[in-house]
Write a protein that binds this ligand. Sequence first.
Ligand code: NAD
Length: 241
Amino acid sequence: MTERVAIVTGAAQGIGAAIAKELAADGVKVVVTDINIDGATKVAEEIGAVAKRLDVSDPEQANAVVAETVAELGRLDILVNNAGLVPYTPFDDLTIEQWRRTFSVNGEGLFNMTKAAVEAMKANEYGRIVNIASNTFVAGTPNCADYVATKGAVVGFTRAVAGEIGKYGITINAVAPGITASEGVFTTGHGEGFDYVVPMQAFNRRAVPADIAPAVAFLASEKAEWVTGQLLVVDGGHTRN
Ligand SMILES: NC(=O)c1ccc[n+]([C@@H]2O[C@H](COP(=O)([O-])OP(=O)(O)OC[C@H]3O[C@@H](n4cnc5c(N)ncnc54)[C@H](O)[C@@H]3O)[C@@H](O)[C@H]2O)c1
């Protein structure tokens, strides 16, 4: 994928950082973005990439980062919408404020970045958009209804938009990881989920971010031309629908 240019959101750590590394290893010029610029800079330095601060919930920042990428690197071929909040709150304690906050990043962030990227990709009649969903949408995982609802939104958005942007040569797909040992998982209540989930997987170990990245890289590649509007579950066989 040499010469291709990608933006990965939420790439300062966890699954996003693994995706940035995987794409860079495939020869892609990666723009590592995150609200945490120090973390993004560290990842970018490691893979010889560019880092940019980006809060995906802000449409102006989304537009600016896409415009800067095109100005500095000449084009935009790949967008990976990975940035996300992963809260863990029982429904009894869930508030409308938290619901809005989770949707502002996981839902509006997805919209802001996709809107800006599609405009840039139209120019080259080529694009690959990969949205990070979650297998919690398939499993109906409890104690994170706001989060699971945003991931349902990711799947619905992916399916709906696919039919409208194929005419520009752009594909859009979603990848649904299962529980994965990222930094974020261990700073929330999700980490305890491994004890419950690992025995249900086909493989008896915890997933790590590097287990998720190759599926994303495939959907971001030229070879995935005939795949669009799909949800690819990457969870070691935890959910088998
Ligand atoms: N780890 C899992 O078990 C798991 C499972 C399924 C899906 N996912 C999804 O994978 C993605 C990455 O998750 P992770 O586990 O690596 O999380 P993480 O918390 O380790 O990393 C998330 C990154 O997103 C960044 N971020 C947060 N808000 C942002 C914003 N407004 N704008 C830009 N960046 C922002 C954070 O700074 C952080 O670097 C998320 O979309 C998450 O929902 C994770």
